[in-house]
Design a protein around this ligand. Structure first.
Ligand SMILES: CCc1nc(N)nc(N)c1OCCCOc1ncccc1N1CCC(C(F)(F)F)CC1
Length: 183
């Protein structure tokens, strides 16, 4: 029995890239490089607040930190942690509260959602309250130590790009974009 869903004040989307079997990371990084996914991530999240765990913040290449054009909200248990360009909070509810004050109206590109961008621990904590998932599926198997949350039967895929088959990254990996909404 999952935790009772509270109606969050803010609309939550999760975005991640996963290999076969649900691997999303290894040793604090992504074990692949798919430039087309970086562009996809930027397109989906630009203009919306992003919420991430401290390890994901640390995994951002310095030139991308903070993620420009988005409020960067970083969740950490470390009371002393701070970083230039990051709004630091110490719980998911605090992160969502901060994002709620920021998530632009439904007019914005992604309809006033706050995007949770990783990692595995944060995804697991917010999955029950999410209403949209943007998943990049990578057609390859990688070893890893961070996993995507399970997408239960309460979700339905509302779009696939491409509709059938896969796209080929210039780095040689096949991938596709799948969008889910709560059924
Ligand atoms: C893109 C990686 C990514 N893909 C999807 N679909 N969902 C995510 N949750 C996600 O992880 C975002 C945080 C980690 O991000 C990076 N980790 C390593 C190297 C580069 C990055 N990127 C490059 C693009 C940059 C830009 F600002 F351009 F978007 C953001 C940082």
């Amino acid at each position: 029995m999952s935790a009772p869903r509270t109606a969050p004040a803010v609309r939550i989307g999760l975005i991640w890239a996963e290999a076969e079997g649900g691997v999303i990371g290894r040793d604090g990084a992504m074990p692949w490089h798919i430039p087309e996914d970086l562009a996809h991530f930027k397109r989906v999240t630009l203009g919306s607040p992003v919420v991430m765990g401290r390890k994901t913040w640390d995994s951002l290449p310095p030139r991308f930190r903070p993620l420009e054009g988005r409020r960067n909200i970083v969740v950490t248990r470390d009371e002393g942690w701070q970083a230039e360009g990051a709004d630091v909070v110490h719980s998911i509810p605090d992160a969502l509260g901060l994002a709620a004050s920021e998530a632009s109206g439904s007019g914005s590109a992604s309809g006033g959602l706050v995007w949770v961008i990783g990692g595995g621990e944060i995804f697991a904590a917010v999955m029950a309250d999410a209403e949209r998932l943007e998943v990049t599926e990578i057609r390859a198997r990688f070893e890893g130590d961070a996993m995507a949350p399970a997408i239960g039967e309460g979700w339905r895929a509302v779009s696939r790009d491409p509709e059938g088959g896969w796209l080929s990254s210039r780095t040689g990996l096949d991938y596709r974009f799948v969008s889910y909404e709560r059924a």
